[in-house]
Ligand binder design. Structure first.
Ligand code: ZN
Length: 215
């Protein structure tokens, strides 16, 4: 069944947002490029995965999302739903499996959608990309895109899951204090000094804060 997309296109709908706005493949491509910088294959498939997940959960519930990889796929969720890493409604559990789960944020019942490797034999370009069978430079990106479009939800599988209560609700960082080393606020639960000063900083060398007001 074809419906008109958000911009009035009568091309086949690729995916919907949580509020029902429909995008055809080309429209979704444009949104992906604008947000993500390029039309990453994982994000194109991800749009269809979000669409399948949304169709498998009740519209009556408040849902949260678990994404099982930190690569590309979280952006499909952030583009098409209100669930973001920033608001805590999207949790990335970096198992590096290509899967998302939409679930009742209070009860934990949900629908998990994943790319089924058994279905990739019919789509060699997708298989090459997904299993990284040939170097990226040798992959035919136009053919890959066309295969993703043609395969649609035919390469996806879904099943019911129950989310571990540990993942329900939002973790709070608790009371904060000032770190005696860096002078910045951090959660008391981390210990006597902040985690950054305890060897967890992503920066090398010492951070000379006296430089911070220099041009
Ligand atoms: Zn510190």
């Amino acid at each position: 069944m074809n419906r008109l997309s958000a911009t009035g296109s009568d091309a086949e709908i690729w995916c919907h947002t949580h509020s029902g706005t429909a995008y055809d493949f080309e429209e979704y491509l444009d949104i992906v490029r604008e947000f993500h910088g390029h039309a990453a294959p994982g994000l194109l498939i991800g749009g269809k995965m979000v669409d399948v997940a949304l169709s498998r959960i009740s519209r009556e519930i408040l849902f949260d999302v678990i994404c099982e990889t930190d690569s590309c796929l979280p952006d499909a969720v952030q583009l098409l739903t209100l669930c973001t890493i920033g608001n805590g409604w999207l949790k990335v559990v970096p198992l590096q499996r290509f899967a998302i789960t939409f679930y009742d944020k209070y009860e934990g019942e949900g629908a998990r959608v994943y790319l089924d490797p058994l279905r990739l034999d019919a789509w060699p370009e997708i298989k090459n990309w997904f299993f990284q069978l040939i170097p990226k430079a040798d992959q035919d990106s136009d053919r890959l895109k066309e295969q993703i479009r043609a395969a649609g939800d035919g390469i996806l599988e879904h099943h019911r899951v129950r989310v571990d209560p540990e993942y329900l609700g939002r973790k709070k960082s608790g009371r904060k204090t000032t770190c005696p080393v860096c002078g910045e606020a951090y959660p008391v639960a981390q210990g006597k000094i902040c985690r950054a000063c305890d060897g967890g900083s992503p920066y090398i060398g010492t951070t000379d804060k006296k430089d911070k007001n220099m041009e």
